[in-house]
Design a protein. Structure first.
Length: 700
């Protein structure tokens, strides 16, 4: 299944399921868990069917011997779970209408859990289906039918993506509450790309629905490693959300444990110095934690507790942000890396938080700080910062350095209220981190990948151009032919109007200029920076030529469309079939061909833009500070000059774009704007006087 097919499937499934929610008058909060449970059932059916023949074969081979085992035990070993007959998707799909679907679903979920390990029991939703059935009895059968559209050959990876897609849509529907269980995938993916959890123990003490773990697993698979190389440990305070996370692990075939617990109070995994990786998006600015809860736990007190200084002796933590930061730092082993989200305010927090930050920074583990765009989360517009720790950094040349990245202007606008990082945003920002770490070859590999994509995109351009341009010529030829053939058929007023309009003359004079497509040679195995820069230079010329060609094609089409519109009204004879036979009623097809052409050239430009974004900033394929984007600060700068501030904006500066405005032009612009302001103020004063006079007149 291609990415485009998967995206369409996700959109279709969500549209169908969401329409049923609206039809039943259900809230997203009441609907999310049971729907995700149905997705799990469909996943279970697909996966079990894949292994079923193998399971039965082994059962039959050992039946009656000393090696005989139950179907369930064989299934657990091969598939990870056992599906009894009453939990099969087809059984539920064909359940008679006079039977309760909610009851059947509860029995199906119980049937699956009966054979599971203890840690995965009481995970699947059961009672929530009765609430839906009470609202509208036909919703559950229709939902089952909706998810039956997922192909039987869909793999666990496909289900994982569908599951995450639905989690994200539910989170967006829920607004602020949705942010409690879901961190946007693009944010998680960037964290994963930076800390690179290929293998080892991964910890998230505020795991929500487990998105951090899913992206880690995706990264492991994309890097051609085995999922068995990672083991995840999650903690989640909300019981329902913890169950979502457990389902997420099952759907994505991830080994691990999720514990429903309060991370301030409990340490179920004995986590001090235990983990290879920590990833988290904890709740921000919590002020309800008591000092007595954490003061004897080294995970929290090692760098100091965030509490009011002086004589105030009340049992309260001023803010839990630095409890989390301490927890992440102390949970790492000697080689560990961490990536987590914090509000911007934590980067400059004072008082006891300043003391904690100073100790953590002086320990040498702070590797990178990334300021994020606002509106990246489903909760609020609160701007946030990504913190990255690396325990091994103290053994490198970077031990007294911190990389600051200001990524506030790097984003894709999803809608008015939400932004995200596209895959190339993530890769480009990660490339900065890798250059900072001295991994220059990985930068060149990324640029090579972009060049391959650009090469691929250029291959689609000639065909789209030929089809679109030839169709333009064909329409012109056919329109001129029709004008010639039908001229004698017009009589009286119709002929008079036609002649007065000048349409015939315009059609006769219409000649489209001959156009030639620019050519760029496909380049293979471009690996050196010099070769890559040379290719990008050629690609820059090519994209400029394509834009110029597109402008000409647009002019040609607009001219043709205008003349065709006039001909459609004045020249076309209603009873004459020649108009249709010549394809002159198919102008929408021309629009479609134009869109295909534009899509083809936009794709080329997209890859050029990404190449240029990297190469214009790092022309020698080596890390350099870029004003407004990134800065490596040494100890003198971050400790002495900036007094341990970890706010990227203080370091990277502001990029001032040169618009070639002269001093005189600038002065004239200011004077002009000042005069406009004076006029507006005068109008406002006059309007105020008029309003007061009108009010007075009402009471005279």
């Amino acid at each position: 299944m291609t990415n485009e097919q998967l995206k369409k499937l996700e959109n279709d499934l969500w549209a169908s399921a969401n329409s049923l929610r609206a039809y039943g008058g259900l809230k997203a909060a009441d609907y999310a868990v049971p729907v995700l449970g149905l997705i799990f059932l469909r996943f279970a059916e697909n996966k079990y069917t894949h292994y079923e023949a193998e399971i039965i074969k082994e059962y039959e081979a050992d039946k009656g011997t000393r090696m005989e085992r139950s179907l369930a035990s064989i299934a657990l070993a091969k598939c990870g779970f056992y599906l009894p007959d009453h939990a099969r998707y087809d059984y539920l799909l064909t359940l008679p209408g006079d039977q309760s679907m909610a009851k059947a679903l509860r029995q199906a979920m119980e049937g699956i859990e009966e054979y599971q390990d203890e840690k995965f029991k009481d995970v699947l939703p059961k009672e929530a289906y009765f609430d839906i059935e009470k609202k509208k009895a036909d919703i559950l059968p229709q939902l089952l039918k909706t998810f039956s559209d997922i192909p039987m050959d869909a793999t666990g990876d496909i289900f994982g993506k569908i599951y995450e897609y639905f989690l994200g849509e539910f989170a967006m529907s829920e607004g602020q509450k949705g942010g409690e269980f879901f961190t946007p995938t693009s944010v998680v993916r960037f964290i994963v790309e930076v800390i690179e959890p290929y293998a080892g123990k991964i910890y998230d003490p505020a795991c929500g629905s487990g998105g951090m773990f899913v992206q880690s697993a995706t990264f492991v698979q994309e890097a051609k490693h085995d999922l068995s190389d990672i083991y995840v440990y999650g903690q989640e305070y909300m019981g329902e959300t913890a169950r979502l996370a457990k389902m997420n692990l099952m759907v994505n075939n991830i080994r691990g444990e999720i514990t429903e617990t309060n991370s301030y109070e409990n340490d179920p995994y004995n986590g001090l110095g235990k983990f290879d990786f920590v990833m988290a998006n904890p709740p921000f600015n919590v002020k309800s934690v008591k000092e007595t809860t954490v003061k004897n736990d080294e995970r929290f007190y090692k760098y100091g507790l965030p509490k009011n200084k002086g004589k105030n002796t009340n049992d309260s933590i001023t803010d839990a942000n630095y409890l989390w930061i301490s927890l992440f730092a102390t949970s790492l082993n000697k080689k560990g890396r961490a990536g987590f989200v914090m509000p911007n305010s934590a980067s400059d927090a004072g008082n006891s938080e300043y003391d904690i930050r100073k100790k953590i920074v002086d320990s040498g583990i702070v590797d990178c700080m990334v300021s994020m765009p606002s509106n990246m989360f489903f909760t609020v517009t609160l701007p946030a910062t990504l913190w990255f720790f690396d325990k091994q950094k103290v053994n490198t040349e970077r031990k007294d350095q911190i990389l600051f990245i200001d990524a506030r202007n790097t984003y894709h606008q999803i809608d008015r209220a939400h932004r995200e990082w596209k895959e190339e945003h993530i890769q480009n920002l990660t490339a900065i981190v890798r250059l900072y770490r001295g991994e220059n070859e990985r930068y060149l590999e990324l640029v090579s990948h972009y060049i391959e994509e650009a090469n691929e995109a250029t291959q689609a351009v000639p065909a789209s151009f030929e089809v679109f341009n030839n169709q333009l010529k064909t329409v012109v030829t056919n329109l001129q032919q029709y004008a010639l053939d039908s001229k004698a058929k017009h009589k009286g007023d119709a002929l008079k109007k036609l002649n007065e309009s000048g349409v015939l003359q315009k059609i006769n004079d219409l000649v489209l200029p001959e156009l030639s497509l620019p050519v760029i040679a496909r380049n293979e195995a471009i690996t050196s920076n010099k070769q890559q820069l040379a290719f990008s230079k050629k690609l820059a010329v090519y994209t400029t030529q394509l834009k110029e060609l597109d402008a000409t094609l647009k002019t040609n089409k607009d001219t043709l469309t205008e003349i065709w519109g006039a001909a459609d009204k004045l020249l076309k004879i209603k009873t004459d079939k020649d108009w249709a036979n010549l394809g002159l009623n198919q102008m929408k097809a021309l629009d479609e061909l134009q869109q295909k052409w534009k899509t083809a050239i936009e794709k080329v430009n997209y890859w050029f833009t990404n190449l240029d974004w990297l190469q214009s900033r790092f022309p020698e394929a080596k890390y350099i500070d870029v004003v407004g984007l990134c800065k490596v600060a040494d100890k003198i700068e971050y400790a002495e000059e900036q007094d341990y501030s970890l706010n990227a904006g203080r370091y990277v500066g502001i990029e001032i774009e040169d618009d070639n405005t002269s001093v005189l032009d600038f002065k004239n612009k200011i004077i002009t704007q000042s005069k406009k302001l004076d006029k507006l103020e005068e109008n406002a004063t006059n309007l105020g006087i008029l309003i007061k006079e009108n009010i007075k007149s009402l009471f005279v």
